[in-house]
Write a protein that binds this ligand. Structure first.
Ligand code: NAD
Length: 476
């Protein structure tokens, strides 16, 4: 068996082991083997974490920007040093290829370095009203944050949940996914080793509904930050509303890709057929509905199918693999259901559509086309390696399809016409739009959605602002 990690909770600067606690078995998705047993927090653990979050916040909120920058820069350096080991842990827990995992560690390092700079630029302003009166507008940390991160980016999601609150002067209790705990603990350890004081960032795992209800019921927590499905996001937003806690919600998507007749089709294929298979499609900004204008439809579909068939699928630790297994047993089950329904509704299954092998959670790169709009896969986020390619007459019909769903996270468009680029980018309902590119994120740019895809942004100066409140002090 592959060497793995010692799993624990991290409360008030202490590693808390199993004791009499319940445990969760962490599974390697490439072969179904149990990697380790994760202790789950009980109510007393969560109360201890809340006390420590309240106490450490009282100090950390007064830290200087330089202190916070020192910790974040130090953690970024440690992430670089530990990148290979952390990437391997991510691949073991989640299945993604080592190459993708390594890039993800670098993204977290980049984000921490960015926030090390950005936290030194939290400016206020002064309003001067004659010689006797002035008002000062300042930004202060929002307070202790409860953050919930899913399994699909085992280091990236925890990095996002930790970086901005720490930069803002908040404390944070992170509940990362029970399925990928060692990666989250690895990111946290870099911050601790870089000098983050006890209790400023803590990590708990547990039964998700128990943990979120307990933390969100506490007046100590002043902000909820959640990444995951829209249904869970809706439930948590209601819990947060009881106490008027601030929220940042990164929820699901159903990425439309508009390919117009005047697009560079080869480039569109090389880019958008590659990004579909990233992390086996388990990415909230994954391209999903390929909305292709009729004159280039056949060429685009044929090129896509060929690329899907040529993809090398295998264990993420094998450097030859271009796509690993899906992250857990629920995903291939969902793929089978969605593909069967699409075919039953009259859609074409062009390639894939079934599991690969009888070990782990592998699913073949799948292309469906000419799928009716009522099929489940046209309405529900597949969150897997499934592309749907449908033909459309003109720009109006393509935009109508892109905006048909209540989701609005990432959208992509491919056209060489600069006026159309501006028009469609303006009309499309999405938080992020890629024009002739799949690159829609970066440490310095806001990441977030509209409509059912949530509200608020992570990354960029917006991610930091989301952890700050505004106060106006009026002096007479
Ligand atoms: P899920 O919807 O039950 O869980 C999604 C995430 O939310 C998980 O990390 C889970 O631990 C957490 N969660 C669930 N219930 C919770 C609760 N009551 N309190 C706090 N956290 C809770 O199901 P899943 O099978 O893990 O994922 C299924 C769907 O979730 C996917 O199809 C996708 O649509 C969505 N998802 C989105 C993202 C994203 O990046 N936006 C990431 C993972 C999953």
């Amino acid at each position: 068996m592959e060497p793995y990690a010692d799993l624990c909770l991290h409360i008030d600067g202490e590693r808390v082991g199993r004791g009499a606690r319940r445990v969760f078995p962490v599974v390697n998705p490439a072969n179904g083997e149990i990697l380790g047993e994760l202790p789950l927090a009980d109510a007393a653990d969560l109360d201890r974490a809340l006390d420590a979050a309240a106490r450490s916040y009282r100090e950390w909120r007064h830290s200087t920007p330089q202190q916070r920058a020192g910790v974040l820069n130090g953690a970024a350096r440690l992430l670089h040093e530990r990148a290979d080991a952390l990437a391997r842990t991510m691949t073991l827990e989640e299945g993604k290829t080592l190459a993708e995992a390594r890039i993800e560690v670098m993204m977290v390092a980049g984000l921490f370095a960015f926030y090390a700079g950005e936290c030194q630029r939290i400016y206020g302003r002064m309003l001067v009203r004659g010689s006797e009166q002035r008002s000062i507008v300042t930004h202060e940390p929002v307070g202790p944050v409860a953050a919930f991160a899913p399994w699909n980016f085992p280091a990236g999601n925890p990095g996002r949940k930790l970086g901005a609150p720490i930069a803002a002067g908040c404390s944070v209790i992170l509940k990362a996914a029970e399925e990928t705990p060692a990666s989250a603990l690895g990111v946290l350890q870099c911050l601790i080793d870089a000098g983050l004081p006890n209790g400023v960032a803590q990590s708990v795992f547990g039964v998700p509904d128990e943990v979120s209800r307990h933390l969100l019921a506490s007046p100590v927590i002043r902000k909820l930050s959640f990444t995951g499905s829209t249904s869970v996001g809706r439930h948590l937003t209601k819990l947060a509303a009881e106490d008027m806690k601030r929220t940042t919600m990164e929820l699901g998507g159903h990425g439309p890709v508009l390919v117009f007749d005047d697009a560079d089709v080869t480039r569109a294929l090389d880019t958008m057929a590659t990004s579909k298979w990233r992390n086996a499609g388990q990415v909230c900004v994954s391209p999903t509905r390929y909305i292709v204008q009729q004159d280039v439809f056949a060429r685009f579909r044929d090129g896509f199918i060929e690329r899907a068939r040529n993809l090398r699928v295998g264990g993420g630790l094998d450097p030859a693999s271009q796509m690993g297994p899906m992250a857990n047993a629920r995903r291939p089950e969902a793929m089978e259901r969605l593909v069967a329904d699409a075919v039953a509704q009259g859609g074409r299954l062009d390639t894939g559509g079934q599991r690969i092998g009888n070990q782990g959670f592998f699913f073949a790169p799948t292309v469906l086309s000419e799928v009716p709009v009522d099929a489940q896969v046209m309405n529900e986020e597949p969150f897997g390696p499934v592309a749907i390619i449908n033909p459309y007459r003109d720009e109006e019909a393509m935009l109508a399809e892109a905006n048909r769903l209540p989701y609005g996270l990432a959208a992509y468009l491919w056209t060489e016409d600069s006026r159309r680029q501006k028009r469609v980018a303006r009309e499309i309902e999405a938080g992020m739009v890629g024009v002739n590119t799949s690159m829609i994120g970066g440490a310095d740019s806001p990441f977030g959605g509209v409509k059912w895809s949530g509200h608020g942004s992570e990354d960029g100066m917006e991610g930091l602002q989301a952890c700050l409140i505004t106060k106006a002090v009026h002096e007479g």
